[in-house]
Design a protein around this ligand. Structure first.
Ligand code: ADP
Ligand code: MG
Length: 240
């Protein structure tokens, strides 16, 4: 859907503005992590952070090659989280409780989530102040949106009344096709004013940048991806 691409490049956009940013990878596949780190340097990760009782941050936070951007990476072990915390009454609050002590160290914390609505995503929604929903411009664009919005409403009703839907952004858009234009109209009907004006178009540069451990802003600063993610960053700032 463009979740990881949006998380890493928005994080880089904020860092480029001089904000202290933490990118938290909560997807067991670890795609955001390996966009900025070599896999072999990752030892402690999001899994240990949420499972171990200790409160310090030593070893969990890694510097990326990008100034002002730190990361808490994930590894495949994170897929065990649900089984590990089964029956634990504070399971949905693990991340929130842990992040409380980090609030003053960063201006922005961006969480990249897995594609499922299980315990990991619930932890992210309980800890977050805002949700940004990337929507892939395709025939299946709105598939799963109802379930996501329902989960957000449930989390808002009880554990996190402060949660806001920041907006939805269309990604992987191909301006040349009629289908893409139709999908955009459909998404606008569903999200109304919540839809970001910025559209992220399809660009090979966005796919390539992570292979070089770079953000789009250093890898291809004049590409459509760089311009669009910088614009999205401004729009996000105007809404928070
Ligand atoms: N705007 C874009 N243009 C071209 N490729 C993109 C774009 N956004 C994402 N991709 C590519 O599409 C694939 C899925 O995107 P990704 O951001 O990893 O989605 P998710 O995290 O939701 O699974 C990746 O290979 C990524 O490089
Ligand atoms: Mg991803």
């Amino acid at each position: 859907m463009g979740k990881t691409t949006t998380a890493i490049n928005l994080a880089a956009a904020f860092a480029q503005k001089g904000q202290r940013v933490l990118l938290l990878d909560l997807d067991p596949q670890g795609n955001s992590s390996i966009s900025f780190l070599e896999p072999h340097v990752i030892n402690l990760s999001a899994y240990e952070m949420m499972v171990d009782g200790q409160q310090g941050w030593e070893g969990y936070i890694y510097q990326t090659p990008i100034k002002f951007l730190d990361i808490i990476p994930s590894r495949i072990s994170l897929a065990k989280l649900e089984a590990k915390l089964v029956g634990d009454f504070d399971a949905p609050f693990r991340l929130k409780d842990r992040l409380d002590s980090l609030e003053s160290s960063y201006e922005v914390i961006i969480i990249d989530t897995p594609p499922t609505l299980g315990l990991i995503t619930v932890n992210a929604l309980v800890a977050a102040t805002h949700v940004l929903i990337p929507i892939q411009s395709s025939f299946f664009a709105l598939e799963g949106t109802d379930d996501l919005l329902e989960t957000i409403e449930k989390v808002k009703a009880r554990p996190n009344p402060n949660l806001n839907v920041l907006g939805a952004v269309v990604t992987l858009h191909d301006r040349r096709t009629t289908l893409a234009r139709e999908v955009h109209e459909q998404v606008r009907k569903v999200f109304g004013a919540q839809l970001f004006e910025t559209v992220i178009t399809k660009s090979v540069r966005l796919e390539e940048a992570p292979a070089y451990k770079e953000s789009i802003f250093t890898f291809a600063p004049h590409s459509s991806g760089a311009i669009e993610y910088a614009k999205l960053c401004e729009e996000v700032l105007s809404r928070v």
